[in-house]
Design a protein around this ligand. Structure first.
Ligand code: MLT
Ligand code: MN
Ligand code: ZN
Length: 304
């Protein structure tokens, strides 16, 4: 299986259009060692021809231009994207669906019932796409039942319910239900290797730890280094935990959990522009390195 990181940034990307934080300013003025990141998405394929897109970021247009296998190659209107899987109904994970409206047939979209509800009520993108070629919705169950997708030869997908937050416009905003946020295990039957992907993760529950322990590669929520990162920068008073993201550096944070795992390659993804790990020369990045944890970048390829 080929995994391509299309966008390794969190909502807003890096630099964010209105952000003057040290990182965003530093990137613009070339005074820090780092690189720009588009918003959260990966794509996977087992045959290098048909690609499953995980999340459709507002940056999907540029992401397609950055990765030729997704580009039209066979007929006048064409794409390498066979189907789309959503982890949640957040703006950074779904707005790209509007950009993809010119598709010549209904999009096959795999998501849970509660994400479907977000996409047809609070943020009714599926309804809007109904005025174009429409959406062929495939319900993803939250009971961790493995499923397959046409054209994704040899890949087996399992949705893993996660504790995080539903988007502000979600009907479940204040009473999250299983399925508001899911991670995915993707196994290649030929190699028996598997990826665990969870770009938004608020709590590492036991079942999540088990998926992580048994994975060959983990791509997991790297939003913030500290829970109070936004208020530290004077941006707002929201804690990362209130937004459904577990920080890296605290006791019980992502770094501690990942460090204890021996099998998988461990990579942080969905990194917010305020996070000091974006600076390749930062002390925080060095601490991650010392713990054997990598930081995803746009264009990262992983072969499993
Ligand atoms: C999140 O991951 O919490 C959201 O994507 C943040 C946002 O873009 O509003
Ligand atoms: Mn996000
Ligand atoms: Zn910033």
């Amino acid at each position: 299986m080929h995994i391509r990181v299309l966008g390794s940034g969190a909502g807003g990307g890096f630099p964010q259009w209105n952000c003057n934080c040290e990182n965003c300013k530093g990137l613009r003025t070339h005074s820090i060692e780092s690189s720009a990141r588009t918003q959260s998405s990966i794509t996977v394929s087992s045959n290098e021809e048909n690609w499953i897109l995980f999340n459709a970021s507002p940056d999907i247009r540029a992401q397609i231009e950055s990765f030729p296998p997704l580009q039209p190659a066979r007929k006048i209107r064409d794409t390498g994207i066979a189907s789309i899987i959503l982890c949640d109904g957040q703006i950074d994970h779904t707005t790209g669906l509007l950009i993809l409206r010119e598709h010549d047939k209904p999009w096959d979209i795999y998501c849970t019932k509660s994400v479907y509800e977000d996409m047809t009520t609070g943020y009714p993108i599926f309804n809007i796409l109904g005025h174009f070629r429409g959406v062929n919705w495939h319900e993803v169950a939250t009971e961790q039942e493995p499923f397959t997708i046409p054209k994704a030869d040899d890949l087996v997908f399992t949705a893993v319910p996660l504790k995080s937050e539903a988007p502000p416009y979600s009907p479940h905003r204040h009473n999250t239900v299983p399925g508001d946020n899911v991670g995915y295990r993707v196994e290649d039957k030929r190699t028996n290797k598997n990826l665990f992907y969870a770009p938004g993760l608020g709590v590492i529950e036991d079942h999540v730890l088990e998926y992580m322990s048994n994975a060959d590669v983990i791509l997991v929520d790297g939003t913030v280094w500290t829970n109070d990162e936004m208020s530290r920068h004077g941006i707002n008073d929201k804690l990362a935990s209130e937004m459904g993201h577990l920080d890296q550096s605290s006791k019980g944070g992502i770094m501690e959990t990942l460090s204890a795992l021996s099998k998988p390659r461990k990579i942080l993804i969905h990194i917010n522009n305020t996070n000091p790990i974006l600076r390749e020369d930062s002390a925080e990045r060095q601490i991650l390195n010392d713990h054997g944890i990598e930081v995803a970048f746009d264009g990262m390829d992983i072969i499993l």
